[in-house]
Design a protein. Structure first.
Length: 299
């Protein structure tokens, strides 16, 4: 059975880019008679803003994006994450790293996702201590994955990324590890999310592989940009939904390349959603990294 999900970070209200992702993942699940879960990525507590989760859930409900089952919270899964970290340790795949971000940035080449870790601590076998991060040993092979929207991607973790962190020096589990474990716990079969996360897909594939998990299919939609920049909560971007839910849906569907003919004549948002589910095709989504919107859509 198809199981998809939307996984916002509660660091602020949803902006139009977040809504596009939510709608795309919802439609892909429902058009395949699947489940659509909502998972709150609240493992990184310093990023969390009080009241943001409620804002996000209220926005989803106003848009008719009703999730299946209970809302999932990463913050309630720390024991699961630690258990899989322990398993990776027993397999000899993890090591303690004392390198700071400044050290890594100053001594490493730049790769697909910033500085490539050069393995400074790989063979030093430091004891576990406060202030040290945990890195996973990667292998020198190319990982190739077929994304349903962006096509084939290939990445050599050793030469393009380096050994990457699974648990930070502040004891927060990394995004890569937590997502892999979550996919397994929630039986996720399909991931629909933004292009900005495409580059992390091979790392997640590698973690799924070494932990013995099935790897979900993926679809990465273009990033929503405004005046040449990605929409971001850090810029205070948010979408006004109150009393304009229908327009938000039409704008999102247009961005995703879906048919919207006569939707403006439909006043009932439930009818728009029903038609959007019937008409949904991921093949219509433009294959590109980003796509510009007009300012009036964002507002």
């Amino acid at each position: 059975m198809y199981v998809g999900r939307f996984a916002p970070t509660p660091s602020g209200p949803l902006h139009f880019g977040s809504i596009v992702t939510a709608i795309a993942s919802f439609l892909d699940a429902k058009s395949n008679q699947g489940k659509w879960l909502v998972k709150i990525d609240d493992i990184d507590q310093p990023r969390i803003r009080k009241g943001a989760e409620l804002q996000i859930l209220n926005s989803l409900e106003k848009l008719g994006l009703i999730w299946d089952g209970d809302v999932i919270h990463q913050s309630e899964r720390k024991e699961h994450y630690q258990s899989y970290v322990n398993d990776l340790k027993e397999k000899g795949l993890l090591y303690n790293c004392r390198c700071t971000r400044k050290t890594v940035n100053g001594s490493s080449a730049t790769g697909a996702d910033g500085s490539i870790y050069n393995g400074t601590c790989r063979e030093k076998y430091y004891k576990e201590e406060q202030g040290a991060s945990l890195r996973i040993r990667v292998v020198d092979k190319t990982i190739s994955i077929a994304d349903d929207i962006q096509g084939a991607i290939s990445q050599n973790l050793s030469s393009e990324i380096g050994d990457f962190i699974v648990k930070r020096s502040d004891n927060i589990f990394s995004y890569q590890l937590s997502v892999a474990v979550d996919n397994h716990l929630d039986n996720i079969t399909h991931i629909v999310r933004g292009y900005d996360l495409l580059n992390s897909l091979p790392r997640q594939y590698y973690l799924h592989e070494v932990m013995g998990f099935n790897f979900p299919k993926s679809s990465h939609i273009p990033i929503v940009t405004l005046k040449g920049r990605k929409l971001s909560k850090g810029y205070g971007d948010s979408a006004s939904i109150q009393n304009c839910e229908r327009l938000v849906w039409i704008n999102a569907l247009t961005f995703l390349g879906q048919p919207t003919k006569d939707y403006e004549l439909i006043m009932n948002i439930d009818e728009i959603i029903s038609q959007a589910i019937i008409n949904w095709s991921a093949k219509r989504v433009m294959r590109c990294s980003e796509k510009e919107i007009d300012g009036h859509i964002h507002k």
